[in-house]
Ligand binder design. Structure first.
Ligand SMILES: [Zn+2]
Ligand SMILES: [Zn+2]
Length: 127
């Protein structure tokens, strides 16, 4: 009683990725293969995020909460605010989002193309 239909089908698709079978490669070429994560601040999907200490380590946040930020947001935050300001006033994502400067930045960045998010994938076999 273990053979659920969907499970059996998925098992077929999972045959060794390195198998040199053309049909298998077509199945593998779905564009969702790359792991992507969403930035907690701007919510864009990026290839990888950086860890931001909501309370900077220098201000006692070494073991405190962190947020996953894309590098654009992360750089922007540290460009806009000192560690003291971050620690005292902007130590959570909602507080950051409520800040007028961050708010303006977010409005701007959401209109930008995703940084490397839509990179062109080279086809396995070109015509
Ligand atoms: Zn971001
Ligand atoms: Zn940071």
């Amino acid at each position: 009683m273990t053979g659920v239909d969907g499970l059996a089908r998925r098992h077929n698709y999972n045959q060794r990725p390195e198998a040199h079978r053309p049909e298998a490669r077509l199945t593998e070429a779905l564009p969702t293969r790359k792991a992507s994560v969403a930035c907690e601040l701007c919510r864009r999907e990026v290839e990888r995020c950086t860890v931001h200490h909501l309370v900077p380590k220098a201000k006692g946040g070494r073991f405190g909460p962190t947020a996953q930020l894309c590098s654009t947001c992360h750089r922007q935050l540290h460009a806009l605010f000192s560690e003291a300001t971050l620690a005292q006033e902007l130590h959570s994502i909602p507080k950051l989002q409520a800040n007028p400067q961050v708010h303006n930045y977010l409005k701007w960045v959401r209109k930008q193309k995703s940084p490397g998010g839509f990179r062109v994938r080279r086809a396995n076999h070109r015509i």
